[in-house]
Write a protein that binds this ligand. Structure first.
Ligand SMILES: [Zn+2]
Length: 263
Protein backbone atom coordinates (compact mmCIF):
# COMPACT_ATOMS: atom_id res chain seq x y z
CA UNK A 1 0.00 0.00 0.00
CA UNK A 2 1.34 3.37 -0.96
CA UNK A 3 0.92 6.56 0.97
CA UNK A 4 -0.19 9.44 -1.17
CA UNK A 5 1.93 12.52 -0.69
CA UNK A 6 -0.44 15.31 0.29
CA UNK A 7 1.92 18.25 0.18
CA UNK A 8 -0.14 21.40 0.17
CA UNK A 9 1.48 24.52 -1.10
CA UNK A 10 0.96 27.76 0.80
CA UNK A 11 1.65 31.29 -0.30
CA UNK A 12 4.55 33.24 1.16
CA UNK A 13 8.13 32.43 1.99
CA UNK A 14 7.15 29.64 4.37
CA UNK A 15 6.07 27.43 1.49
CA UNK A 16 4.92 23.92 2.26
CA UNK A 17 4.77 22.46 5.73
CA UNK A 18 8.12 21.19 6.93
CA UNK A 19 8.62 17.51 7.61
CA UNK A 20 7.96 16.51 11.20
CA UNK A 21 10.91 16.81 13.49
CA UNK A 22 12.91 13.65 14.00
CA UNK A 23 11.88 12.56 17.51
CA UNK A 24 15.34 11.07 17.99
CA UNK A 25 17.13 14.34 17.35
CA UNK A 26 18.30 16.06 20.49
CA UNK A 27 16.97 19.49 21.28
CA UNK A 28 19.89 21.78 21.86
CA UNK A 29 19.89 24.91 23.94
CA UNK A 30 23.38 25.87 22.85
CA UNK A 31 23.86 25.04 19.22
CA UNK A 32 27.60 24.79 19.44
CA UNK A 33 28.34 23.09 22.73
CA UNK A 34 31.91 22.50 21.62
CA UNK A 35 32.59 26.21 21.29
CA UNK A 36 31.34 27.58 24.58
CA UNK A 37 33.02 27.93 27.93
CA UNK A 38 31.01 26.41 30.74
CA UNK A 39 31.13 25.47 34.40
CA UNK A 40 29.54 22.61 36.26
CA UNK A 41 26.81 23.65 38.66
CA UNK A 42 25.32 20.56 40.27
CA UNK A 43 24.29 18.32 37.37
CA UNK A 44 24.15 21.18 34.87
CA UNK A 45 26.68 22.79 32.57
CA UNK A 46 26.22 26.54 32.78
CA UNK A 47 27.50 28.80 30.07
CA UNK A 48 30.34 31.10 31.13
CA UNK A 49 30.05 34.41 29.32
CA UNK A 50 32.99 36.74 28.83
CA UNK A 51 32.44 40.32 30.00
CA UNK A 52 31.97 42.84 27.23
CA UNK A 53 31.03 46.49 27.13
CA UNK A 54 29.34 48.07 24.15
CA UNK A 55 31.18 50.74 22.23
CA UNK A 56 30.37 54.18 23.66
CA UNK A 57 29.04 52.91 27.00
CA UNK A 58 29.65 55.60 29.62
CA UNK A 59 29.28 53.49 32.72
CA UNK A 60 28.73 49.84 33.53
CA UNK A 61 28.92 49.00 37.24
CA UNK A 62 30.95 45.89 38.09
CA UNK A 63 32.46 44.22 41.17
CA UNK A 64 35.63 42.15 40.73
CA UNK A 65 35.95 38.93 42.75
CA UNK A 66 39.54 37.71 42.50
CA UNK A 67 41.58 37.42 45.68
CA UNK A 68 44.71 39.54 45.22
CA UNK A 69 46.04 39.77 41.66
CA UNK A 70 44.92 38.09 38.47
CA UNK A 71 47.19 35.07 38.03
CA UNK A 72 45.73 32.82 35.35
CA UNK A 73 46.39 33.25 31.63
CA UNK A 74 44.85 31.42 28.69
CA UNK A 75 45.36 31.10 24.94
CA UNK A 76 41.99 31.33 23.25
CA UNK A 77 40.49 31.16 19.81
CA UNK A 78 38.04 33.88 20.69
CA UNK A 79 34.91 35.16 19.03
CA UNK A 80 34.86 33.30 15.74
CA UNK A 81 31.66 32.92 13.79
CA UNK A 82 29.95 29.54 13.97
CA UNK A 83 26.34 28.45 14.37
CA UNK A 84 25.27 31.97 13.47
CA UNK A 85 26.94 33.49 16.50
CA UNK A 86 30.16 35.25 17.37
CA UNK A 87 30.15 34.00 20.95
CA UNK A 88 32.46 31.08 20.30
CA UNK A 89 35.55 30.25 22.31
CA UNK A 90 37.94 27.33 22.15
CA UNK A 91 41.06 27.04 24.30
CA UNK A 92 44.09 26.85 22.01
CA UNK A 93 46.39 23.91 22.71
CA UNK A 94 49.43 24.96 20.72
CA UNK A 95 51.49 25.55 23.87
CA UNK A 96 49.94 22.93 26.14
CA UNK A 97 49.81 19.93 23.78
CA UNK A 98 53.06 18.58 22.27
CA UNK A 99 51.02 17.60 19.18
CA UNK A 100 49.96 21.19 18.73
CA UNK A 101 46.55 22.74 18.10
CA UNK A 102 44.38 21.46 15.22
CA UNK A 103 42.12 24.54 15.45
CA UNK A 104 45.09 26.82 14.68
CA UNK A 105 45.24 25.30 11.21
CA UNK A 106 41.66 26.48 10.57
CA UNK A 107 42.29 30.07 11.63
CA UNK A 108 45.48 30.71 9.73
CA UNK A 109 44.68 34.42 9.29
CA UNK A 110 44.29 35.14 12.99
CA UNK A 111 46.22 33.26 15.66
CA UNK A 112 44.78 32.50 19.06
CA UNK A 113 44.94 35.33 21.60
CA UNK A 114 46.56 35.45 25.00
CA UNK A 115 44.36 36.70 27.85
CA UNK A 116 44.81 37.26 31.56
CA UNK A 117 41.70 36.06 33.38
CA UNK A 118 39.53 37.50 36.10
CA UNK A 119 35.98 37.21 37.38
CA UNK A 120 33.49 39.97 37.98
CA UNK A 121 29.84 40.54 38.71
CA UNK A 122 28.21 42.67 36.02
CA UNK A 123 25.75 44.91 37.83
CA UNK A 124 24.07 46.31 34.75
CA UNK A 125 20.39 45.44 34.41
CA UNK A 126 19.06 43.49 31.46
CA UNK A 127 15.35 43.01 30.80
CA UNK A 128 14.31 39.70 29.21
CA UNK A 129 12.71 40.71 25.87
CA UNK A 130 10.40 37.72 25.31
CA UNK A 131 9.42 34.25 26.41
CA UNK A 132 7.84 33.20 29.65
CA UNK A 133 10.08 35.47 31.72
CA UNK A 134 9.46 38.53 29.54
CA UNK A 135 10.01 41.77 31.40
CA UNK A 136 11.99 40.13 34.20
CA UNK A 137 15.09 42.05 35.19
CA UNK A 138 18.38 40.20 35.26
CA UNK A 139 21.37 41.65 37.04
CA UNK A 140 24.47 40.73 39.03
CA UNK A 141 25.59 38.02 36.62
CA UNK A 142 29.08 36.54 36.88
CA UNK A 143 31.30 37.16 33.88
CA UNK A 144 34.73 36.02 32.80
CA UNK A 145 37.07 38.97 32.42
CA UNK A 146 39.51 38.50 29.53
CA UNK A 147 42.31 41.08 29.62
CA UNK A 148 44.34 41.36 26.42
CA UNK A 149 48.14 41.57 26.53
CA UNK A 150 48.01 45.26 25.63
CA UNK A 151 45.84 46.04 28.66
CA UNK A 152 47.63 43.94 31.25
CA UNK A 153 50.06 46.63 32.47
CA UNK A 154 47.24 49.10 33.01
CA UNK A 155 45.05 46.55 34.81
CA UNK A 156 47.90 45.33 37.01
CA UNK A 157 48.64 48.92 37.95
CA UNK A 158 45.01 49.40 39.00
CA UNK A 159 44.95 46.09 40.88
CA UNK A 160 48.11 47.05 42.77
CA UNK A 161 46.90 50.55 43.64
CA UNK A 162 43.65 49.32 45.14
CA UNK A 163 45.37 46.50 47.06
CA UNK A 164 43.85 43.55 45.18
CA UNK A 165 40.68 42.95 43.19
CA UNK A 166 38.49 41.34 45.82
CA UNK A 167 35.20 43.22 46.18
CA UNK A 168 36.39 46.21 44.18
CA UNK A 169 33.62 48.33 42.71
CA UNK A 170 34.17 50.00 39.33
CA UNK A 171 32.32 51.99 36.75
CA UNK A 172 33.58 50.71 33.44
CA UNK A 173 33.34 52.86 30.34
CA UNK A 174 34.23 52.20 26.73
CA UNK A 175 35.22 54.88 24.26
CA UNK A 176 33.39 55.40 20.98
CA UNK A 177 36.40 54.00 19.13
CA UNK A 178 35.30 50.71 17.57
CA UNK A 179 38.76 49.29 18.18
CA UNK A 180 38.78 50.09 21.90
CA UNK A 181 39.08 47.12 24.30
CA UNK A 182 35.96 44.99 24.64
CA UNK A 183 36.31 44.95 28.43
CA UNK A 184 36.18 48.74 28.45
CA UNK A 185 38.87 51.37 28.14
CA UNK A 186 38.20 53.19 31.41
CA UNK A 187 38.02 51.52 34.78
CA UNK A 188 37.00 54.03 37.44
CA UNK A 189 37.43 52.61 40.92
CA UNK A 190 35.00 53.80 43.58
CA UNK A 191 34.99 51.51 46.63
CA UNK A 192 35.58 48.10 48.17
CA UNK A 193 32.71 45.91 49.25
CA UNK A 194 33.04 43.74 52.35
CA UNK A 195 32.38 40.00 52.26
CA UNK A 196 29.14 40.65 54.17
CA UNK A 197 28.03 43.27 51.63
CA UNK A 198 28.61 40.85 48.77
CA UNK A 199 26.89 37.93 50.50
CA UNK A 200 23.82 40.06 50.98
CA UNK A 201 23.74 41.90 47.66
CA UNK A 202 24.37 38.89 45.43
CA UNK A 203 22.12 36.41 47.25
CA UNK A 204 19.17 36.66 44.79
CA UNK A 205 21.43 36.31 41.74
CA UNK A 206 23.20 33.33 43.32
CA UNK A 207 19.85 31.65 44.03
CA UNK A 208 18.78 32.23 40.43
CA UNK A 209 22.02 30.76 39.18
CA UNK A 210 21.82 27.73 41.43
CA UNK A 211 24.85 28.26 43.65
CA UNK A 212 25.10 29.09 47.35
CA UNK A 213 26.03 32.76 47.53
CA UNK A 214 29.40 32.08 49.20
CA UNK A 215 30.37 30.05 46.11
CA UNK A 216 28.80 32.52 43.70
CA UNK A 217 31.06 35.30 44.93
CA UNK A 218 34.20 33.24 44.38
CA UNK A 219 36.14 33.65 41.13
CA UNK A 220 35.57 31.02 38.43
CA UNK A 221 37.63 27.86 38.68
CA UNK A 222 39.84 28.83 35.73
CA UNK A 223 41.62 25.45 35.54
CA UNK A 224 38.23 23.84 35.10
CA UNK A 225 36.42 26.21 32.72
CA UNK A 226 39.53 26.81 30.58
CA UNK A 227 40.80 23.25 30.58
CA UNK A 228 42.37 22.36 27.22
CA UNK A 229 40.54 19.62 25.34
CA UNK A 230 42.24 16.47 24.09
CA UNK A 231 43.95 16.40 20.71
CA UNK A 232 41.18 14.11 19.43
CA UNK A 233 38.46 16.51 20.54
CA UNK A 234 40.34 19.45 19.06
CA UNK A 235 40.69 17.58 15.75
CA UNK A 236 36.91 17.06 15.67
CA UNK A 237 36.25 20.70 16.52
CA UNK A 238 38.65 21.87 13.81
CA UNK A 239 36.92 19.65 11.25
CA UNK A 240 33.47 20.90 12.29
CA UNK A 241 34.51 24.54 12.10
CA UNK A 242 36.11 23.95 8.72
CA UNK A 243 33.01 22.15 7.42
CA UNK A 244 30.89 25.16 8.34
CA UNK A 245 33.28 27.45 6.56
CA UNK A 246 33.39 29.54 9.70
CA UNK A 247 36.87 30.90 9.27
CA UNK A 248 36.19 34.53 10.01
CA UNK A 249 36.99 36.05 13.35
CA UNK A 250 35.00 38.86 14.80
CA UNK A 251 36.01 42.37 13.83
CA UNK A 252 36.68 44.74 16.71
CA UNK A 253 33.30 46.41 16.34
CA UNK A 254 31.21 43.27 16.30
CA UNK A 255 30.23 43.65 19.92
CA UNK A 256 27.76 46.35 18.92
CA UNK A 257 26.01 43.78 16.73
CA UNK A 258 25.98 41.20 19.44
CA UNK A 259 22.69 39.36 19.21
CA UNK A 260 23.35 36.82 21.89
CA UNK A 261 21.60 36.83 25.20
CA UNK A 262 24.11 38.37 27.60
CA UNK A 263 24.22 35.47 30.03
ZN1 LIG B 1 45.13 26.97 18.46
Amino acid sequence: MTTEATTRTYRGSGGSKPAPRDPNSKPSKFRGPAYILSEKVGDNEKKVTPFMVRVGTKSTPVVTLDHGEFDFAVLLHARFKANGSWSNYVVCTKKSDPKGCPVCSVFTEKPSQWFLCGTLVDRSVWVIPDGKNKGKEISNQRRLLLVTASQVDQMELIGGKIGGWRGAVFDVGRSTDQKSPRIGSNWFYSAKMTEEDMLELFEPAAAGYGLPVDQYIEPFNYEEILKPKSFEEMTKIAAAIKAEGAQELAPASSVSNEADVPF
